[in-house]
Design a protein around this ligand. Structure first.
Ligand SMILES: [Zn+2]
Length: 302
C-alpha cells in the first residue's frame, strides 16, 4: 500500500508518495493559496493526481504548521492563519472519502526520523527544529505523541531554564509570554542576542564563519547560544529522558553543536551525567512530508 504525505507550509505545499519500505515514488510541490477553501481544493487535486500516477488509492497524512485541537477538533495556532478554526481532518475526509490523519509539522519531523531516520530503532524520539523559530515533536514507538491538549512537544514556549540575571525580561514571544526558549535558541533569537552584544553579521552562517576566523563577538554569542540550548534540552531530558534528540532546521547544520552540547548537558541534567545521543536529522526538509505519510504507520498496523 502507498502512503501520501503532505507538508502544508505557509508558503508551499509539498507532497510525497512512498511505498511500504519508505521509497519515494512521486513528489510534487505547489505554492500554498491563502484561503481555506482553495487550500482544501489544491490538496484534493494533488491527491487525485498522485493516485492517477499510482493507479490506486493511498492513505493520506498531512503535517500542518499548527495543531488540530483534540478539544474542539479544529485547527489552532497555525501561522498559516487561514487554517485556524476549521475542522480540517473531517472536511478533507469528506472530500477524499477516507479518513485523513493530521499532525503538527514538528511532530511529523519526529515521526519521520523515528521510523527510518536518525532516530530509527529508538523508542522515544524528541525532535527539535531550530530554524527561524523553534519547534519540537515527540514520537513514541514511531507514533506521534500529541497529548490531551494537542501541544506535546511545545517545549519552546517554556521559559529558558536557570535564567541568569541578564536574561530576565529580554524578549516578548509571539505566544504572549516572555523569555520563552524559542526567543533564545531559534535562529532569530541567536542573531538578536549577537546583535545586542555588538555583532554585525547579517545571518547565522555569516556569524559562524566569523567564529571560525576567531571573531570574539561571534565566539561569545555561540557560547551563550549553546549553553542556553543545553539548559533547555536538559529540561527535556529531566522530564522525558528521550532515547535520542534529533536536531532539524537550519541551525542543525552547525556541526560544532554535536561536539559541544554533549559536553555541556551533564552540567544541567539531574545526577550530572548524560548519555543521551544528540544527532543531526537524516531526511532534512523532506522529513515533514515523510513523517506525514508515516502517520499511517510503517507497518500498516495503525
Ligand atoms: Zn512563547
Amino acid at each position: 500500500m502507498y502512503r501520501i504525505g503532505i507538508d502544508l507550509g505557509g508558503t508551499k505545499i509539498a507532497l510525497v508518495a512512498m511505498d511500504a519500505s519508505g521509497t519515494e515514488v512521486f513528489r510534487k510541490q505547489t505554492p500554498t493559496p491563502f484561503t481555506y477553501g482553495e487550500t482544501l481544493a489544491i490538496i484534493v487535486e494533488l491527491v487525485n493526481e498522485t493516485e492517477a500516477f499510482l493507479g490506486q488509492q493511498a492513505s493520506v497524512g498531512i503535517g500542518i504548521p499548527g495543531i488540530l485541537s483534540p478539544i474542539t477538533q479544529r485547527v489552532k495556532n497555525a501561522n498559516a492563519t487561514w487554517l485556524n478554526g476549521h475542522p480540517m481532518d473531517s472536511d478533507l475526509a469528506k472530500l477524499l472519502q477516507r479518513p485523513v490523519r493530521i499532525a503538527n509539522d514538528a511532530n511529523c519531523f519526529a515521526v519521520s526520523e523515528a521510523v527510518d531516520g536518525a532516530g530509527a530503532g529508538k523508542h522515544l524520539v524528541f525532535g527539535v527544529i531550530l530554524g527561524t523559530g523553534c519547534g519540537a515533536g515527540v514520537a513514541i514507538a514511531q507514533q506521534v505523541h500529541q497529548g490531551g491538549n494537542g501541544i506535546g512537544g511545545e517545549w519552546g514556549h517554556n521559559p529558558l531554564p536557570w535564567m541568569r540575571a541578564d536574561e530576565f525580561n529580554t524578549t516578548d514571544c509571539f505566544c504572549g509570554n516572555r523569555d520563552c526558549i524559542e526567543t533564545f535558541v531559534s535562529g532569530t533569537g541567536f542573531l538578536r542576542d549577537y546583535h545586542q552584544a555588538g555583532g554585525d553579521a547579517a545571518s547565522v552562517p555569516e556569524l559562524m564563519q566569523l567564529m571560525s576566523e576567531g571573531d570574539p563577538f561571534a565566539t561569545a554569542a555561540f557560547a551563550r547560544f549553546i549553553d542556553r540550548l543545553a539548559r533547555a534540552l536538559a529540561h527535556v531530558i529531566n522530564t522525558l529522558d528521550p532515547d535520542v534528540l534529533v536536531l532539524g532546521g537550519g541551525l542543525s547544520n552547525i556541526d560544532t553543536i554535536y561536539q559541544r552540547l554533549p559536553l555541556l548537558l551533564p552540567q544541567y541534567v539531574l545526577g550530572r551525567e548524560c548519555a543521551t545521543p544528540v544527532v543531526k536529522n537524516r531526511h532534512g526538509a523532506a522529513s515533514g512530508m515523510r513523517g506525514a505519510a508515516w502517520l499511517w504507520g510503517p507497518d500498516g498496523l495503525y
